[in-house]
Ligand binder design. Structure first.
Ligand SMILES: [Fe+2]
Ligand SMILES: [Fe+2]
Length: 167
């Protein structure tokens, strides 16, 4: 059951320059609600679907030893992303919402730079494998591509709207 429409389900709200210009002019609560909703989708929709894709591919190609290794990289990445999300929701976003009270300072500078190459490296590794043209692998790569674009846009919003105001 390999349908391109599956990919459309993942379409992020963030892949759009209109979203940037809307959020730049929005109140802090609107920006935080938007980013928190994206976090929820990452954790509860996109990451589980990518994990399912990996598991299905491993079942389809049980004799490919590189596949579980690449899956393990993704599992590590999603764990660090979830920690990053917790840090933002519990520390950074509340500080941003209280910015007018000037309660200390916190910056997100650098925190995205460490994460961004990760998905890209996983995509590159999959593209270099002998099974990269397998339809299930193609579906997985498409999903990771979309996720990477969305994460980059998400980081742009956080760095250019939230971080700038916290410095
Ligand atoms: Fe975030
Ligand atoms: Fe972030």
């Amino acid at each position: 059951m390999l349908e391109n429409s599956v990919i459309n389900e993942d379409k992020g709200l963030e892949n759009d320059f209109f979203v940037r210009s809307f959020l730049v002019q929005s109140k802090p609560k609107v920006v935080v609600d938007f980013l928190t909703a994206s976090h929820w989708r990452y954790e509860h929709e996109i990451i589980p679907k990518i994990e399912q894709n990996f598991i299905r591919l491993i079942k389809t190609l049980p004799n490919e030893p590189t596949l579980p290794v690449i899956f393990n990289l993704f599992l590590k990445f999603q764990l660090s992303l979830k920690l990053h999300i917790r840090m933002e929701e519990e520390i950074v976003f509340p500080k941003y919402l209280c910015i007018l009270k000037r309660e200390g300072e916190i910056s997100m500078t650098g925190s995205h730079e460490a994460q961004e190459p990760y998905v890209n490296e996983i995509i590159k590794l999959l593209n270099r494998t002998s099974y990269s043209k397998n339809p299930f692998c193609q579906l997985l790569i498409q999903r990771l591509d979309k996720f990477e674009i969305e994460l980059n846009e998400h980081a742009w919003i956080e760095e250019n709207i939230i971080s700038k105001n916290l410095q």
